[in-house]
Design a protein around this ligand. Structure first.
Ligand code: PGA
Ligand code: ZN
Length: 421
């Protein structure tokens, strides 16, 4: 297979939060044209690959990406166009070399990941395959439909309420297939809205489509979730609909302590709180339960709860193969959240997932709070067989686009297995 890039072009578009991002178009000599939309986070890890933003307050409050657009259509296009690549991985290697920085800050991680996603699509087209099939072949992983994790209550950096925990997700583990899981997510979402309204809470939405009520207690939210799950006719638990949390604790960590609903907590006190929560509510997964700098706390959290609960690193791991390797070594967590733009190329994302797999760490592919209508991550999670996806609420187009892509795949490819890996 040869990939000859004939044209590379980017345009500044809007993400789901009215902030600029990039759409990249890549054409190959054989006439294929593919496109990619670049996601962007709000509660970012400090060691993520670095987005290039204009910083010009006269445009989009400094958030413009015209410089990143110019990198794609200028320097990157000049370096890549006309060259023959053996694979998308070769394109990624060329991008990393051209950028020359450890954090992709010169060309911009947003510029680079857009080209990388487009290259993965071009490779799939060259193989005459769907993106998920092509990624499955590249990663040497059997494809699988994932359990969707629906973020139905938003707090933290994703909502203007006083709720410190960022994400409360529904995990329909008991559903026999993808369509039933999506249905469970949507039905419980509807019942939750009714419960919130009946209790006098606003039902406005946060950045990922979950409700953002004026509640500050995580336990109160968990209680409402259990009630909504039962209202919808499901069992609250692993045999029905379980719950996954992303407290995103780096956001409420202050040098040496945490603050939850105004209460000051040490790492161990917060771990005690999680232990209590896991005892009272059907919580199956805790992502970023502690802050990215609190590695010693993470070791204790994993030792205490890792047998019964998925202890997942997001801000602390940032999809970085070297950091994940160190974490495995130090017994930090037992699972990794996977976001393509945290590391900046698809190839390095697949490498991070391989390292997890080899070490017995579970993987969950993830959207960002700022999204486009691109459904790349749906194909990524299927092709890598990771078994878990989080793409926000079962509401708002940019979130639902990913779940709908999975529903289509489930329909077209009924032989695909479904469930946790
Ligand atoms: P972000 O948040 O996309 O705003 O970084 C998502 C997450 O923390 O999982
Ligand atoms: Zn997170």
């Amino acid at each position: 297979m040869t990939l000859r890039i004939s044209e590379l072009h980017a345009v500044e578009i809007l993400d789901s939060r009215a902030r600029p991002t990039l759409a990249v178009t890549l054409a190959t000599a054989d006439g294929t044209r593919v496109r990619a939309g670049v996601p962007s986070g709000a509660s970012t890890g400090s060691r993520e690959a670095v987005e290039l933003r204009d910083g010009d307050p006269a445009r989009f409050g400094g958030q413009g990406v015209s410089r990143a657009v110019a990198q794609v259509s200028g320097e990157i296009a000049e370096a890549l166009a006309g060259r023959d690549f053996g694979s998308a991985a070769d394109v990624d290697a060329a991008l990393i070399e051209l950028d020359g920085t450890p954090t992709k800050s010169r060309l911009g991680a947003n510029a680079i990941i857009g080209v990388s996603m487009a290259a993965a699509r071009a490779e799939a087209a060259a193989r005459g395959a769907e993106l998920w099939e092509s990624l499955s072949a590249v990663a040497h992983t059997p494809p699988r439909l994932p359990v969707p994790h629906f973020n139905v209550v938003n707090g933290g950096a994703h909502a203007a309420n006083a709720l410190d925990f960022q994400e409360f997700m529904l995990a329909p583990l008991g559903a026999p297939g993808l369509a039933e899981a999506v249905r469970a997510g949507a039905e419980v979402y509807g019942r939750l809205k009714a419960r919130l309204a009946a209790a006098g809470h606003a039902t406005g939405l946060g950045d990922e489509g979950g409700f953002a009520p004026a509640i500050d207690s995580p336990e109160e939210v968990l209680g409402l979730l259990v009630e909504a799950i039962e209202d919808a006719g499901y069992t609250a638990g692993r045999e029905g609909v379980a719950i996954a949390l992303d407290p995103a604790a780096s956001e409420f960590w202050h040098e040496d302590h945490y603050v939850v609903a105004g209460e000051r907590l040490s790492s161990d006190e917060l771990i005690d709180r999680y232990e209590e929560i896991v005892g009272r509510f059907p919580v199956r997964s805790i992502e970023d339960g502690l802050a990215e700098g609190d590695w010693d706390g993470w070791v204790r959290l994993t030792a205490r709860l890792g047998e019964e609960v998925q202890i997942m690193g997001d801000d602390i791991f940032v999809t970085n193969p070297a950091i994940i390797t160190e974490a495995i070594d130090r017994k930090v967590g037992n699972s990794a959240l996977i976001k393509v733009n945290q590391i900046g190329t698809v190839t390095e994302t697949l490498e991070a997932m391989r390292i997890c797999r080899d070490a017995g760490y579970t993987r969950m592919v993830s959207h960002r709070s700022g999204e486009t209508e691109d459904t790349f991550i749906a194909d990524l999670v299927v092709g890598t067989g990771a078994g878990q996806l989080k793409s926000g609420a079962p509401a708002r187009g940019e979130r639902v686009a990913k779940y709908n892509r999975l529903l289509e795949l489930a329909d077209i490819q009924p032989e695909l297995p479904y469930g946790l890996a």
